[in-house]
Design a protein around this ligand. Structure first.
Ligand code: CA
Length: 680
C-alpha cells in the first residue's frame, strides 16, 4: 500500500467541509450524506473511437472485441450520440474540464489552459471531493484543482514513460520542469497500476473522490506492449466501404488535408520501416496495405487499454466498491479508421465527431440501457458536478445530462449541436457547422465551401446534397440554426483563435511580427525586461500554425528563455545555458545580433562568450514572438512571466556601442523596423 503525498490544502479543505457539515448538517453528518456521494472514475483514452469499441457494433467488433469496456454498457448506459465540440486532443480536454467551448475557455488549438477559470476539478474540491489525475494531461499549463497528480509530460512516452508527480514540481512552480520519475513498462499498464495504487491508497475515507485516469493509448505513434505483437498478425482487418473515397461532390477540404492514409508516415514510430514495407506498392494497393498496418498497431494499443480497464473494474468488484462508484469511459474525440481514406480526426464527419461514452452507475442507471440523446463533451462537467451533489458553474455552456442517465430525456433537450475546428496543422481546413439528428451542415470558412449531408439516407457522408434543390429548405433552416447557436454560445465567425489569452502561468504573448526573415542573416533584436520566475523571452516559429509539425523536427524554432536565473538559448535541437546572472525582479537588457547568420548575444550590454550555432540559409520567415514560448516538448505554454518594456527589431546588425548604450537607457538612433515600447 502506498501513501500518496496529499497536499495540506486537501486536508484543510476536508477539515473545513467537516466543520460546515457539523454545524449545518447535524442530523446527517454521522456518515450518510458524505459517504453516500458517489466516487467517480473518469477513464479517458486518447483517440479511441467508437468504431473500435465492440459495444458500438461495427465492422471491427468481431476482430477486436473490447469486453471490458463493453461491461460498462452491459451494466450501465451506452451513448450513441455523444459529440465533441472541436475534434482535437487539447481543446477537447479543455472543453471537458471547463464545460465551455474553445472560444470561451481559450484553448482553440494546442495552447495552454488558463487555470484562472473555474474547472471541474476545482469545483469538485469545493464540493468536498478529493481529486486526482493519473496519466495524460496535455493542457500545457500547471494542473490545478487536483489533490494528487501523476502526469505524463506533454504527450509522454509509450515505453518506460516518465511521470511528474505532485510534490515534484520545479521550485519555480512550473510543473512541466519538475522532477521526473520513470515507470518501467508500457504506458497503459503503468497508468492502470498507478490508478489501482490510488484506489488502494490511504485516502481521507470520509471524502468521496473523482479520479481522472487518462490513457495515452491509442494515440499515434501506436506503440503497443510487446505481449500484443502477434495479436491480429494473421487477421485481415475488414475495410470500411469508403476506404477508397474519391471525394466527388464534396468541398476541397478532403483533398487538401494531409490526414490521408498515404500521409501516415509522419505519425509512424518507424517511418523508414513503413516505407520499406510499402514502397513497392502504388495507388489502391498501397492504401490497403497502409490501412492493414495502421489498424493492427492501433488495435493492439486498444487491446492494451481494454485489458487495463478490466483490471480496474475487477478491483472495484473485489473491493466491493462498484455499487457506489460512477465509472465513465470516453475518448477525447473520435478518430478515422480508414473511413474516407483518412486517419486522425479534426473533421466534423461522424467518425471524428462522435465520442465513445459508456457510463456505469448501479444506483442510477438501468443495466443495458442505451441513450440516443445528443450529449456533448461540454456537458461532462455539469453532469459530474450534479452527480456529485453540486451544480454547474454559471460560465459553463454545457448542460447536465443526469436525467438521461435515469432514462428521462427532458422535453426541451437539445436537437442540434454546434461544432468548430480552428486551423492548426495537417492542412485540415477550418470549419464550423451544425448537426441535428438527421442532417449536418458544414461550412469551411477559409475556402468558403459548404457541405450538407442527410445522415438518415447517407450515414457515411458520401453525398453532399448542399446544391440539391430538394434540400434548399434544409439549408436555409440549418444556416439559421448555426446563427442561433453562435449567438447562444457567443461565438463570432471571425474569431479564428489566433490570439488566445494564455492565462496565469502563460500570460498573453506579444506578437511582434509575422514575417521576420532570419534567413537573410543580418538582424538585431533588443529587449528590455524584468523577470518574475522566468519563461520565454522570444521564440521564432509559427506558434499558431506550424508549431506542432515543427515540434517533431524543431527545425526553424529558436527560443531564448530564462530558467532559474539562467539565460538559455535553444536552437531547435538543444538547450544551451549562455549566462547565469539574470536575477528575478531586476531590469535587464538583451541584445541579439545575427551577423552573416551567426548569432551574438549581449546581456546588459556585455557580449557573451558562448559560440552559438549559425542559422542555416534555408530559414524561411517565421512569426517572431516576444514573451511567448514553448515547453520542452515543443508546445506552447512556457510564456514569460515578468515585464517587457521595450522590443526593437532592426534589419541590420547594430554595433556593440549602440547595444551598450541601449543597456544604459539610450535608444538607438537608427529607426527600428519593428518597435514596441510599453512605457508609452
Ligand atoms: Ca486525442
Amino acid at each position: 500500500m502506498i501513501h500518496l503525498p496529499f497536499s495540506i490544502h486537501s486536508f484543510l479543505r476536508l477539515v473545513g467541509f467537516a466543520l460546515i457539515a457539523m454545524f449545518f448538517l447535524p442530523s446527517c453528518f454521522a456518515s450518510d450524506t458524505i459517504t453516500q456521494r458517489p466516487n467517480i472514475i473518469f477513464i479517458m483514452s486518447d483517440d479511441h473511437t467508437s468504431q473500435a469499441i465492440s459495444a458500438y457494433g461495427g465492422r471491427l467488433a468481431q476482430v477486436c472485441p473490447t469486453p471490458n469496456i463493453d461491461r460498462l454498457a452491459k451494466e450501465g448506459m451506452l451513448f450513441k450520440n455523444c459529440f465533441v465540440t472541436n475534434a482535437i486532443c487539447t481543446p477537447s480536454r479543455a472543453a471537458i474540464l471547463t464545460g465551455k467551448y474553445a472560444h470561451k475557455n481559450g484553448v482553440y488549438k494546442f495552447t495552454a489552459l488558463d487555470q484562472r477559470q473555474p474547472t471541474l476539478p476545482k469545483l469538485l474540491q469545493q464540493a468536498g471531493y478529493q481529486t486526482a489525475l493519473i496519466g495524460k494531461y496535455h493542457l500545457h499549463s500547471n494542473p490545478a484543482g487536483l489533490d494528487y497528480f501523476s502526469i505524463l509530460p506533454g504527450q509522454g512516452e509509450y515505453h518506460d514513460p516518465e511521470f511528474i508527480r505532485i510534490g515534484d514540481e520545479h521550485p519555480s512552480g512550473w510543473v512541466a520542469q519538475g522532477k521526473r520519475t520513470v515507470f518501467q513498462g508500457h504506458s497503459s499498464d503503468v497508468i492502470a497500476d498507478q490508478t489501482l495504487d490510488y484506489l488502494k491508497s490511504e485516502r481521507y475515507k470520509e471524502e468521496p473522490y473523482m479520479l481522472f485516469c487518462h490513457f495515452k493509448a491509442p494515440h499515434d505513434p501506436w506503440q503497443y506492449a510487446t505481449r500484443y505483437q502477434d495479436f491480429l498478425s494473421d487477421t485481415d482487418i475488414p475495410e470500411p466501404d469508403n476506404l477508397l473515397d474519391d471525394y466527388k461532390g464534396r468541398s476541397d477540404a478532403l483533398q487538401l488535408t494531409s490526414q490521408h492514409l498515404e500521409d501516415i508516415a509522419v505519425n509512424w514510430s518507424d517511418p523508414e520501416q513503413l516505407e520499406k514495407e510499402t514502397q513497392h506498392l502504388q495507388g489502391k494497393a498501397k492504401i490497403r496495405k497502409l490501412y492493414q498496418t495502421y489498424m493492427k498497431s492501433y488495435l493492439r494499443c486498444v487491446k492494451g487499454v481494454d485489458d487495463n480497464v478490466g483490471r480496474i473494474l475487477d478491483y472495484l468488484d473485489e473491493a466491493g466498491l462498484a455499487e457506489n462508484t460512477i465509472v465513465m469511459y470516453t475518448g477525447d474525440q473520435g478518430f478515422f479508421l480508414g473511413e474516407h481514406g483518412l486517419y486522425d480526426k479534426r473533421f466534423m464527419y461522424e467518425e471524428s465527431l462522435r465520442m465513445p461514452l459508456l457510463i456505469r452507475w448501479p444506483a442510477n442507471i438501468k443495466p443495458g440501457s442505451v441513450s440516443e440523446g445528443m450529449v456533448l463533451n461540454v456537458d461532462f462537467a455539469p453532469t459530474i458536478l450534479e452527480a456529485a451533489g453540486s451544480q454547474a458553474h454559471p460560465q459553463m455552456q454545457g448542460r447536465s445530462f443526469l436525467p438521461l442517465l435515469e432514462g428521462k430525456q427532458p422535453a426541451d433537450w437539445r436537437q442540434s449541436m454546434y461544432y468548430r475546428y480552428y486551423f492548426s496543422h495537417f492542412e485540415t481546413e477550418p470549419h464550423y457547422g451544425v448537426r441535428t439528428y438527421q442532417h449536418k451542415l458544414i461550412y469551411f470558412d477559409r475556402i468558403q465551401q459548404w457541405e450538407l449531408y442527410d445522415l438518415e439516407k447517407d450515414p457515411q457522408e458520401m453525398l453532399n446534397v448542399y446544391e440539391e434543390e430538394a434540400y434548399a429548405p434544409v439549408v436555409t433552416a440549418l444556416k439559421k440554426e448555426i446563427k442561433r447557436l453562435q449567438a447562444v454560445l457567443d461565438d463570432r465567425p471571425d474569431d479564428t483563435g489566433d490570439h488566445p489569452d494564455l492565462g496565469e502561468l502563460a500570460p498573453a504573448p506579444l506578437y511582434v511580427s509575422k514575417n521576420v526573415q532570419l534567413g537573410k542573416g543580418n538582424v538585431t533584436l533588443l529587449i528590455r525586461f524584468r523577470t518574475g520566475v522566468g519563461g520565454t523571452l522570444f521564440s521564432v516559429c509559427n506558434l499558431e500554425a506550424d508549431v506542432y509539425q515543427d515540434a517533431f523536427s524543431r527545425q526553424g524554432i529558436k527560443t531564448l528563455f530564462i530558467h532559474e536565473g539562467q539565460l538559455v538559448y535553444n536552437d531547435g535541437e538543444e538547450s544551451d545555458p549562455i549566462a547565469d546572472r539574470v536575477a528575478d525582479g531586476q531590469w535587464h537588457t538583451l541584445g541579439l545580433v545575427w551577423q552573416d547568420r551567426q548569432p551574438y548575444v549581449y546581456l546588459d550590454g556585455q557580449p557573451l562568450e558562448k559560440n552559438l550555432p549559425k542559422i542555416s540559409q534555408d530559414e524561411v520567415s517565421y512569426t517572431f514572438n516576444i514573451g511567448a514560448g514553448l515547453d520542452e516538448s515543443g508546445f506552447m505554454g512556457y510564456n514569460f512571466q515578468g515585464n517587457i518594456s521595450h522590443v526593437l527589431y532592426y534589419d541590420t546588425p547594430l554595433t556593440q556601442e549602440v547595444i551598450k548604450a541601449f543597456a544604459q537607457g539610450k535608444m538607438p538612433q537608427a529607426k527600428a523596423s519593428l518597435q514596441w515600447d510599453n512605457e508609452k
